[in-house]
Design a protein around this ligand. Structure first.
Ligand code: PMP
Ligand code: GLU
Length: 394
């Protein structure tokens, strides 16, 4: 066998794998509604793309930049933090790289020694655990209770803390549950992290996408001590509909940022230069399009949630942010004779023509994920197909 043990042990990304499968079936002519990927269905706002075009026309994009990003982009991130988080950072506390996914990887590579433990509340976004393992750390899962809207509390964290615990991952609004931590909940978790000197990795990528009067509270804004303890991961993909541009960023302690920049220097080098010019405009230009898209997601959420909840065997609390439904389908599985959620997800794909993502990759064996970053007609048709499938005799 020529492959490394690392690759053999590693899981494929279930989100990307299910999206690839849905595309393949569609290409073969099957009628598939693809609700797998979390990517906005809007075009990148024109004023952002226009800046990229201008940068090409001005011959600004032919060359490498600093591995950690153009000074102008770092300055844009500094401005963004001031505007949306309300605090000042310096340029040596920020970096930009090829998507938030790679920024996360650079973080784990920069802070973890072999077998350092990283607490990951479940359900969690699919890539955290494998990235921690790639960096030779140990993921420690803590099951957030569905009755507590899938949010963990300090007692649960304390129960798994050891002297190897190095990092706690927080992702609010959450992919996949859509739940948002309140200020009080974060203060309690933050106090626990500070008491035991545990680093906080706050993945804020859905921070601009909260609905129905809920608010996003970044843990890094709650005190100076919490800001120093936290590395913020963010990006332009979700809020600005720029998944394909691949721009993510990190903000935090200057030593950690320097460590992460070293990783960039020896792996990707800078993220694509033209994308950096687009990101500057996204972060500091006109923000109206973000609100328009947020509004569209909110409307989809409010329209589809009651329909999805009414499907026999599906149960879920109303998501507050991001753009995913994450119903518990344990009863639905029993009704259809399944005890494995991946097999159930595959049956939905084959029999109902609706592509969802199995909960297993998110650490949730009785849930499926449905992205609502898709147009309303497709979403309505998908819930309709699911209802029909669930009411057919199995
Ligand atoms: N964090 C979370 C929670 C995500 O859902 C995603 C998905 N895109 C990312 C990070 C990575 O974002 P990017 O597309 O910028 O790599
Ligand atoms: N983050 C998105 C999702 O969860 C995009 C796919 C990925 O990067 O995993 O669907």
């Amino acid at each position: 066998m020529k492959l490394s043990n690392r690759i053999i042990k590693m899981q494929e990304s279930v989100t990307l794998a299910s999206s690839a499968r849905a595309k393949e079936l569609r290409e073969q002519g099957h009628d598939i509604l693809d609700l797998t990927l979390g990517q906005p269905d809007f075009q990148t706002p024109t004023h952002i793309s226009q800046k990229a075009i201008e940068a090409i026309e001005k011959n600004q994009v032919s060359f490498y930049t600093q591995a950690s990003g153009l000074p102008e982009l770092k300055e844009a991130i500094v401005t963004y933090m001031k505007t949306f988080y309300g605090y000042e950072v310096t340029r040596d506390q920020v970096l930009a790289a090829t998507g938030a996914k790679f920024v996360l990887y650079a973080y784990f590579m920069a802070v973890l020694n072999p077998l350092d433990e990283v607490i990951i509340p479940t359900p969690y976004w699919v890539s955290y655990a494998d990235q921690v393992v790639l960096a030779e750390g140990l993921p420690v899962f803590v099951a957030a209770k569905e009755a507590n809207d899938f949010k963990v509390i300090p007692d649960q964290l304390e129960a798994v803390r050891t002297d190897k615990t190095k990092v706690l991952i927080l992702n609010s609004p959450s992919n996949p549950t859509g739940m948002v931590y309140t200020k009080e909940e974060l203060l309690a978790i933050g106090a626990w992290a500070l008491e035991h000197d545990i680093l906080i990795l706050s993945d804020d990528i859905y921070g601009r996408l909260v609905y129905n009067g809920n608010t996003f509270v970044p843990i890094s804004t709650l005190s100076d001590a919490l800001r120093e303890q936290t590395t913020v991961i963010n990006g332009v993909a979700k809020a600005y509909s720029m998944t394909g541009w691949r721009v993510g960023f990190a903000v935090g302690n200057a030593d950690i940022i320097k460590g992460m920049s070293k990783i960039l220097g020896q792996t990707t080098s800078n993220l694509t230069t033209v994308a950096q010019y687009a990101a500057i405009e996204a972060l500091t230009g006109q923000q109206d399009a973000v609100e328009e898209m947020r509004h569209a997601f909110e409307h989809r959420l409010n329209t589809i949630y009651p329909l999805l909840k009414a499907i026999p065997g599906f149960s879920l609390a109303k998501p507050q942010g991001a753009f995913y439904f994450f119903p518990n389908v344990k009863e639905a599985m029993a009704m259809k004779g399944f005890d494995d959620v991946t097999a159930f997800t595959n049956a939905i794909l084959e029999k109902a023509g609706v592509a969802l993502v199995t909960g297993t990759g998110f650490g949730a064996p009785y849930s499926v994920r449905m992205s609502y970053a898709s147009d309303l007609e497709t979403l309505k048709e998908a819930v309709n197909r699911l209802s029909v499938y669930m009411s057919e005799p199995s």
